[in-house]
Design a binder for this molecule. Structure first.
Ligand code: 13P
Ligand code: SF4
Length: 325
């Protein structure tokens, strides 16, 4: 990650007058600076409510491509903002907190991955969008959890494929597509925190509940799910399905939009192993606050900056995904 933490600290320390109404200032700044706010479902609720576009990773990448405004304010994590910059490089892309990283992206260092790739010279590389620009540049095509099955199926059956960095999504894809993928050993700390025992206990307490899960969760969790899907997949499912109660295994931020969509239904966040922490919240996503969003818009910092060569190499794998209908 291209962090300039010192620079960021300086700008984050700038005082915000108490009298300011942050929400209306942010709306005003978005207008006056011709900026568009893209936000992921895992963001803090008040940020989700301010977004011009709220959605999953695929939707946000599609919207980032279409933006004609001067500035993209990305309320998400670093790899998402980086993707926006790569796919729409003439725009200024800012992220409220540059330290908003991702355990999954961090689990795949480019040097190690390049060496891994060399071990499989005939394999094509499919990478989950949750990775750095350098990893995307080493890929043939990118995917998200919304389109991963389609991306894998777009290759000939006998084509050897590497899938990185999420081993849990990779195992799910092996099951779904019947293909023998070569997996990188990475994972998301949030989705690995769910407790199989506590979820099964909860299912006994709520026998009418359906259990739904994101495919970044571990196999034993996915094996007992009634439905598996991306954040938008899960959101659509609770709207179309007839059950009244759901146990939801993904980052808790999605519950905000779900509760708006189905206010009459009972949505229970899946419990995690460690009682002492809010593990089902992504600490990286939650680094973005209303205050940082305001400062980021006001000073147009911190900005995502990538060199032209990296943008060129990472662009094609993302564009191939967006072209796949
Ligand atoms: P989706 O919104 O594409 O399901 O991704 C979830 C995620 O982990 C983002 O970090
Ligand atoms: Fe990364 Fe997991 Fe957080 Fe998504 S929820 S940003 S995959 S650490």
């Amino acid at each position: 990650m291209n962090l300039n933490v010192l620079e960021q600290r300086g700008y984050l320390d700038r005082p915000i007058p108490d009298s300011i109404d942050l929400k209306s200032e942010i709306k005003q700044l978005l207008k006056s600076k011709n900026a568009v706010l893209l936000a992921h479902y895992y963001q803090n609720e008040e940020i989700q409510d301010l977004a011009d576009y709220l959605g999953d990773s695929l939707f946000l990448a599609q919207k980032a491509k279409e933006v004609t405004a001067d500035i993209i304010v990305f309320a998400g994590v670093h790899f998402m903002a980086e993707t926006a910059k790569i796919i729409n490089p003439t725009k200024k892309v800012v992220l409220p907190d540059l330290k908003a990283g991702c355990s999954l992206a961090d689990s795949c260092p480019p040097k190690d991955f390049a060496a891994f790739k060399k071990l499989h010279p005939n394999a094509k590389v499919v990478t989950y969008i949750n990775c750095s620009a350098e990893i995307k540049a080493l890929s043939d095509i990118v995917c998200t959890s919304s389109n991963a099955v389609d991306v894998i199926n777009s290759f000939d059956k006998d084509q050897e494929l590497i899938f990185a960095p999420d081993k849990n999504l990779g195992k799910y894809l092996i099951k779904e597509t019947g293909r023998d993928l070569i997996l990188w050993d990475g994972s998301c700390i949030v989705h690995e925190a769910f407790s199989f025992e506590k979820i099964t206990q909860l299912a006994i307490e709520y026998p009418e509940a359906k259990f739904i899960a994101h495919p970044e969760s571990e196999s034993q969790i996915l094996d007992i799910a009634h439905y598996i899907g991306s954040t938008s997949g899960l959101l659509n499912f609770v709207q179309k399905d007839s059950a009244q109660t759901y146990i939801v295994a993904t980052e808790a931020g999605i519950l905000h939009e779900m509760r708006k969509a189905v206010p009459h239904k009972n949505l229970i966040p899946a419990p995690v192993d460690d009682d002492s922490c809010a593990c089902s919240e992504c600490a990286f996503m939650k680094l973005n606050t209303l205050e940082k969003l305001y400062l980021c818009l006001k000073y147009e910092q911190p900005e995502i900056q990538l060199n032209d060569e990296l943008i060129r190499d990472a662009y094609l794998p993302i564009q191939r995904m967006l072209d796949l209908k």
